[in-house]
Design a protein around this ligand. Structure first.
Ligand code: PMP
Ligand code: GLN
Length: 450
């Protein structure tokens, strides 16, 4: 079992966080918006802070979640899931989605259990599974380039091949972690892929559940045809909640948080939604992890949520505004990356969500990297799965130190096995949750890479 002290060392976030402090860079690295939350959210936070009615928001609240917030969340998810959700027994508020994932895994997994991850994956999952005593089992998403022509390195799509998932399923499979929209690729799983996952959950046996990480659910740029299984009335345009698939409510813990949606990653309010038999163990564990998540922030979010449904900046709701803002930023960054010579997904053809572009390093860009940058002095990358020098890491480090633009290498999103195959360092992850000025100055800096 993974224990502190046996962890793999500094994460890519601390390493590249340090570089962003040391060098003057246009920072397209870690996924946090560099603008303020919408006014109504800031006002909600101020009003929650100064309001001294009935229960002070400055004291502890209910461990499983502040009543005003769990009621709001239950009301919203009842709409998303087409069922009535019990705020007290089917919702748990956590410190960010990170803690929601941690508690889900701690309550589900016992030593020897297997947890399936689609690779590439958000790096946190892997060590959280090990911390719970579980074994990560990797199901590679297949990268299908737009062109098979060896001369041309193109972007492409990441697809789930059902046979690969079937092969990974066993009676030891305790959970499958699904993340859609996906970090780092921007993939939005289509309904037939989700249906294969649902079929696999059933095939694995009654012990198997899905942890569905949906933190980017309000950032969907273009969604695949998906309505046939869904019913109507989702208040989350373009997004499929895995738990809304037939038979999947009872087999899913849905995880999300407020950070991405309200451009407030520092608020650190997250939640788990699911049937009481899956949520109740989380309620039982919570008081031993902490008494409660911040009351004042929970109250602020409870006041923010109803406002987000109102017309905003000329759009029917804040969510529509957010979607349109991100679609435009994705196109702005996509153009910059293309002009700089990176091979990127074709978002007109590929479903896309979230706020990252997973750009492929072309041979031309590989040649631009000075040879000594792949030498031994750059081999001490502690966060890359193999610990050895990798093209993606060397390129991102060089771009931050010499070219004034910071992006995240792809290898931390892959397993050690994949790293050994040499298949994990062909990409960089570039964030577009940044002001137009930052994206434009990054685009200019990227032009100087080759
Ligand atoms: N899941 C994914 C896919 C993420 O990208 C992140 C990072 N923001 C998290 C979970 C963690 O979210 P939070 O900041 O709410 O803990
Ligand atoms: N999820 C964000 C990202 O992928 C921030 C990193 C983190 O939460 N560790 O950039």
């Amino acid at each position: 079992m993974l224990r502190l002290g046996t962890m793999t060392g500094p994460t890519v976030w601390s390493e590249f966080g340090r570089l962003s402090q040391e060098y003057d860079v246009a920072n397209l690295g870690q996924g946090f918006p560099d603008w303020l939350p919408p006014d109504f959210a800031v006002e909600a936070l101020v009003s929650a802070t100064i309001d001294s009615t009935k229960q002070s928001p400055h004291q502890y609240t209910r461990t499983a979640g502040h009543p005003n917030l769990v009621k709001q969340l239950a009301r919203r998810y009842s709409k998303h899931m087409h069922r009535t959700i019990d705020p007290m027994n089917e919702v748990s508020v956590t410190v960010g989605a990170s803690q929601a994932l941690y508690l889900s895994l701690q309550t589900l997994v016992k030593p020897g259990d297997e947890v399936i991850l689609f690779e590439p994956f958000f790096d946190l999952y892997q060590n959280q599974i090990k911390l719970a005593g579980g074994t990560p089992v990797y199901v590679p998403l297949t990268f299908v380039p737009y062109s098979e022509d060896n001369e041309e390195v193109t972007g492409g799509e990441w697809i789930l091949e059902p046979e690969k998932l079937e092969q990974a399923i066993s009676p030891k499979t305790r959970a499958i972690i699904l993340n859609s929209p996906h970090n780092p690729t921007g993939k939005v799983f289509n309904v037939s892929e989700m249906q294969h996952i649902a079929d696999s959950v059933i095939a694995a046996g009654p012990q198997c559940v899905v942890i569905s990480d949906e933190v980017y659910k309000y950032i969907v740029h273009s969604s695949p045809p998906q309505d046939e299984l869904l019913g109507v009335g989702s208040s989350c345009p373009g997004h499929v909640h895995f738990a809304s698939l037939p038979g999947m409510w009872d087999r899913t813990i849905t995880v999300s948080s407020a950070g991405k949606t309200f451009s407030a990653t520092g608020w650190q309010v997250g939640w788990c939604i699911g049937p009481s038999n899956l949520i109740s163990p989380i309620h039982q564990l919570l008081p031993y992890v902490q008494f409660c998540a911040s009351t004042v922030i929970q109250e602020a979010l409870a006041r923010t949520l109803p406002k987000a449904d109102e017309p905003y900046e000329g759009y029917d709701s804040y969510y529509e505004y957010l979607n349109s803002k991100y679609r435009r930023k994705r196109d702005l960054l996509g153009k910059g990356l293309k002009e700089a010579g990176f091979a990127i997904p074709d978002y007109d053809r590929t479903p896309g969500g979230g706020f990252f572009i997973f750009a492929r390093i072309t041979p031309e860009l590989r040649r631009a990297l000075p040879a000594e940058r792949m030498g031994p002095e750059y081999t001490k990358n502690p966060a890359a799965p193999g610990g050895e020098a990798r093209l993606d890491w060397a390129l991102c480090q060089w771009m931050a130190e010499e070219k004034g633009v910071l992006c995240i290498p792809s290898s931390p999103f892959f397993s050690r096995e994949k790293a050994m195959e040499g298949a994990s360092d062909e990409f960089i992850r570039v964030a577009f949750c940044k002001t137009d000025e930052t994206i434009e100055s990054a685009a200019k800096a990227l032009m100087g890479v080759r």
